[in-house]
Design a protein around this ligand. Structure first.
Ligand code: 5AD
Ligand code: SF4
Length: 449
């Protein structure tokens, strides 16, 4: 079958779609552009927006395409599928499968059955209490991305119930994978040529602290993965500040291939707002973690998530957030206007901040972030680093070919190299020569390896 997956949302969703694609490829299916597909899979997200509309219009377009493909059908996965569920079957008769994030492990088999002519409608919406292992590619080596980067799920779901967040409702309770399964997958990827791994989970710091736990903490897991011979770079995301263990902070000073970067969502710098968000840390505690991290690894680049306009947020609360941003000097941040999500506790919190005020705060916050990012990038000029090349850069001028990669902290570095091809996935020793608004320019100082 020829299939097309469209993905909305976060890194976890992108990773889920990649896994699904691999599982379908191994069944002899072929990924194609949308206008050639027989089977359409829409992987949805509802963390921040009201995405139902987007999903419905996507399905409307697919309906048009399916008119001329009698054997064709569609599947909807992810957060919106979890919420709307079988409702999709009534509204869109050509939707034959809905699956939530716990149901995805069984989606490839269900898709195969449907493609073989079964006329069932399949709903994989049950939450499970233990992580269901997903099938892995067989054999000694697997096909890896040209960039030689890979993501590995270590857990699924979340138990935190931050008052604004829909994730615990759509992705279910926290379920850790067995550490051996994680380590085995990492080993196999590195054996196959991967040099940068990112461990993924909604709250990786509480790895093992659920029914699936076997007494191996996140710090233990990190050490085991870091020790895999041939692994050049290790990252992980996302970390809830309340759960970050001293051993994980210390690891930044101890593990050579653990990259000096950490995404540590602050959400707000005001204790009053943090409390209503049910984040379970104070500004002071957060700042002491940051201090610990900077002590362990002075060149660590911190990034964060911020919400403005949370119900009841005053101008003074907002100023507190700006103050923390200045103090921490985030390398970059994702910032969002608070948006009501169905069923979450903040839905009933008052007073709501007006959309105009929230937009104004967001603009001010983003202006501050741009200034901080600019300063931090300028400080890199003159530094020596290693750039893992991710591909050819969009901008091309002057002699040579411009290539784009990342330094260990995750900053984008553009390099002019004499090679027109074959640099993706190589590490290039470089010196930073110039800072742009959101990226760096460098020159090669040694042999790529
Ligand atoms: N409104 C705005 N932002 C939200 N996020 C999660 N839920 C909401 C919401 N209801 C943001 C948080 C989180 C990121 C993934 O999305 O900042 O860290
Ligand atoms: Fe949502 Fe909070 Fe869990 Fe993050 S930690 S997924 S913000 S409930």
């Amino acid at each position: 079958m020829k299939y097309h997956i469209s993905t909305f949302g976060c890194q976890m969703n992108v990773h889920d779609s990649e896994w699904l694609a691999r599982a379908l490829d191994s069944r002899g299916w072929t990924a194609v552009p949308e206008d050639e597909a027989q089977v359409f899979i829409v992987n949805t997200c509802s963390v921040r927006e009201k995405p139902e509309q987007k999903v419905y219009s996507e399905l409307g377009r697919i309906a048009g395409r399916l008119r001329d493909i009698p054997e064709g059908f569609a599947a909807v996965g992810g957060c919106v599928a979890q919420q709307v569920g079988r409702g999709f079957f009534e509204r869109f008769p050509f939707v034959r499968l809905v699956f939530g994030s716990d149901g995805i492990a069984n989606a490839p088999n269900a898709l195969e059955r449907l493609a073989e002519g079964s006329d069932e409608k399949v709903a994989l919406l049950d939450f499970v209490s233990l992580y269901e292992e997903r099938e892995q590619a067989e054999g000694e080596t697997v096909r890896i991305a040209e960039t030689r980067q890979a993501f590995v799920n270590i857990m699924q779901g979340c138990d935190n119930f931050c008052s604004y967040c829909i994730v615990p409702y759509t992705r279910g309770r926290q379920k850790s994978r067995h550490p051996e399964a994680v380590i085995e997958e990492c080993r196999m990827l590195v054996r196959s040529g991967v040099r940068e791994l990112t461990l993924l989970g909604q709250n990786v710091n509480s790895f093992g602290l659920d029914k699936g736990g076997v007494g191996v903490s996140f710090a233990d897991l990190l050490r085991s993965v870091a020790a895999i011979p041939g692994l050049d770079r290790l990252r992980f995301t996302t970390s809830h500040p309340k759960d970050i263990a001293p051993e994980v902070i210390a690891a930044f000073g101890e593990l050579e291939n653990l990259c000096p970067s950490l995404h540590l969502p602050l959400q707000s710098g005001s204790d009053a707002v943090l409390k209503r968000m049910k984040r379970r840390y104070t500004r002071e505690r957060y700042l002491s973690i940051v201090e610990g991290l900077k002590q362990a690894r002075p060149d660590i680049a911190l990034t964060t998530d911020l919400i403005v306009g949370f119900p009841g947020e005053t101008e003074e609360d907002f100023q507190e957030t700006l103050r923390v941003m200045k103090q921490v000097e985030y390398e970059s941040s994702f910032s969002f206007k608070y948006s009501d999500r169905p069923g979450v506790a903040a839905l009933n919190m008052e007073p709501k901040v007006s959309p105009e005020e929230a937009s104004d705060r967001l603009t001010r916050l983003q202006n501050l972030q741009n200034a901080i990012t600019g300063n931090s990038l300028k400080k890199q000029v003159g530094n020596r680093t290693q750039v893992l090349i991710e591909g050819v850069s969009r901008r091309q001028d002057g002699g040579g070919t411009w290539w784009k990669g990342r330094d260990p902290a995750g900053r984008i570095v553009n390099l002019a190299l004499p090679h027109e091809k074959g640099m993706t996935g190589l590490m290039v020793p470089a010196r930073i020569t110039e800072a742009k608004k959101h990226s760096l320019m460098g020159e090669r100082t040694g042999e790529p390896w």
